[in-house]
Design a protein around this ligand. Structure first.
Ligand SMILES: [Zn+2]
Length: 441
């Protein structure tokens, strides 16, 4: 039923890109030049008569899972390993066979570009990643790349000529599992990380990222930058990796951005005192103060529809006979809106200061890491929404932010970007049992 989603998504990309360039009228007139089939508009092009081959996409997902097969249903395909090299070769061969030219940039990002009628335009990209976590699944990242490949096959079979070139992108080291810097390839392309800095990152065996690229033959010539290798737009189809779509019985997710997130460490300073000889009203119990803070931080996050998690908690001296003198714990705070997250950090500190004082302690704070939230391009979101509505109806989709980082965060700073989610079974991801079903594309 919705098997032409990926294809429709592709067609929807044209409008987003063209509109963003203030050329909506061009879109209105003719995005697709016709050779055989005679498509004159994206809507006609995206009609159910032209659709992706759902079974073929399903088969290619399971075919490529042989490279890194972990024999428990999952995939272990760490970036720039022999298995990654094999899937990369398959990517290049498959796309070359359907008329694409494959370029590899200096950090191994692969761009398979299908020519358009106007080669002066940068390509409109469908991108994601083919690397996985050490105990990863078959869908995270892979769906986005293989979905793009399926679109290319259908374009080729139907002899469609597009106005702008189209690209499928395989971004290097998105997972950051082998070289511990997530979204590395797109970060270099986007100018967030310097190339030499990326080259020097080492895996646990001391192999540098640059040496690993060279070893598998993917230290390419193309400049790893949006400046020399620009994209007109970037769309990423991805599994949700969470339970929201499944819980709400939705088929599709229209992703409007990525949450702002960050970590604050809180240290509560009290006094280590003898628990038998120190009267209850003479204590400076750091642990008692900390455990009173946590439910309040949780309630505050819920109030603003944000998220809070205490993941690390250490008490000193951790002796049953001593009043805890010092506690350090982490708070992860997330929100789609940057300003609201800033406010959550401020409120967290106020809550902690208040309860510390009540228990005769002091609280100190360290903001150790933060990632600003991203709102995707409104036109891209609108286009995906429109197509989703047409495919699954008003009740069939949900607009939601992504809770995890993706390559699209990096592309969004340099070209119109948005994402599409499909449900993840049980909300499970980064695990061999990660699963999605064919009905959702
Ligand atoms: Zn991913």
């Amino acid at each position: 039923m919705s098997s032409h989603l990926v294809f429709k998504n592709c067609s929807s990309q044209f409008r987003a890109a063209v509109s963003s360039r203030g050329r909506a009228q061009v879109w209105q007139q003719a995005i697709f030049l016709s050779r055989g089939a005679g498509y004159t508009s994206a809507r006609q092009f995206a009609s159910p008569s032209v659709k992706v081959n759902s079974q073929r996409l399903w088969d290619s997902i399971h075919h490529t899972a042989q490279w890194g097969d972990s024999h428990d249903g999952g995939v272990k395909r760490l970036t720039l390993t022999d298995d990654d090299q094999k899937v990369r070769s398959w990517f290049a061969e498959t796309l070359t066979a359907v008329g694409c030219k494959v370029k590899v940039d200096q950090v191994g990002n692969m761009f398979a570009v299908r020519p358009g009628a106007n080669m002066a335009l940068p390509p409109i990209a469908m991108g994601s990643h083919l690397d996985t976590q050490p105990a990863g699944g078959r869908f995270d990242g892979i769906l986005g790349v293989l979905g793009g490949i399926e679109v290319m096959k259908v374009l080729h079979e139907n002899d469609v000529v597009t106005q702008a070139p189209i690209a499928v992108v395989n971004w290097t080291n998105e997972e950051g599992a082998r070289f511990n810097s997530g979204m590395l390839g797109s970060s270099v392309w986007g100018g967030m990380i310097d190339m030499d800095e990326a080259y020097s990152i080492q895996d646990v065996e001391g192999t540098t990222f640059q040496a690993a690229l060279k070893r598998i033959g993917y230290l390419g010539n193309e400049g790893a930058s949006y400046k020399t290798n620009p994209l007109a737009a970037h769309f990423e189809l991805h599994i949700e990796q969470g339970p929201v779509l499944e819980d709400k019985n939705k088929t599709l997710g229209v992703v409007n951005g990525v949450q702002a997130m960050g970590w604050t460490y809180i240290t509560v300073h009290g006094h280590s005192q003898h628990c038998g000889t120190t009267p209850m009203d003479r204590r400076n119990d750091a642990l008692l103060a900390a455990t009173r803070m946590i439910p309040q931080i949780n309630a505050m996050a819920r109030e603003v529809q944000g998220m809070s998690t205490v993941g690390v908690f250490k008490s000193e001296p951790s002796s049953p006979g001593t009043v805890p003198g010092k506690v350090r714990f982490s708070v992860d705070l997330e929100h789609i809106d940057n300003d609201t997250r800033d406010l959550m950090v401020k409120r967290t500190k106020e809550i902690c200061a208040e309860f510390a004082e009540q228990e005769g302690c002091q609280a100190t704070f360290e903001d150790t890491w933060a990632s600003r939230g991203v709102r995707f391009n409104p036109l891209c979101i609108e286009t995906v929404t429109e197509v989703a509505e047409e495919l699954v109806g008003k009740d069939g989709y949900e607009t939601l932010p992504a809770g995890a980082g993706h390559d699209s965060v990096n592309t969004s700073h340099h070209c119109p970007t948005s994402m599409i989610f499909i449900p993840s079974k049980g909300g499970v991801s980064h695990h061999p049992s990660e699963w999605s079903t064919q009905e959702h594309w």
